[in-house]
Design a protein. Structure first.
Length: 72
């Protein structure tokens, strides 16, 4: 996963956790605008989320942030 996507995921997770608490869940769509303005980046996130890690549609932001920080 490219560094820019990692940084974006960590930033979004941090903001969601601050706004809604440690139990907030999100999907990989949370990292993108409603408009699909960067399809390759969206596919990179989807591949990491769905194919590589077989995550559920919604996961805890804390879990995702920790995985990305560890480089999993």
């Amino acid at each position: 996963m490219r560094a820019a996507l990692r940084a974006k995921i960590i930033d979004v997770c941090d903001r969601k956790i601050v706004q809604k608490g440690e139990n907030v869940g999100l999907s990989f769509y949370a990292f993108f605008a409603n408009r699909n303005d960067d399809p390759p980046l969206l596919m990179e996130a989807a591949t990491w989320w769905i194919e590589t890690h077989r995550l559920d549609h919604f996961e805890k932001a804390v879990k995702i942030r920790d995985m990305v920080q560890r480089g999993v």
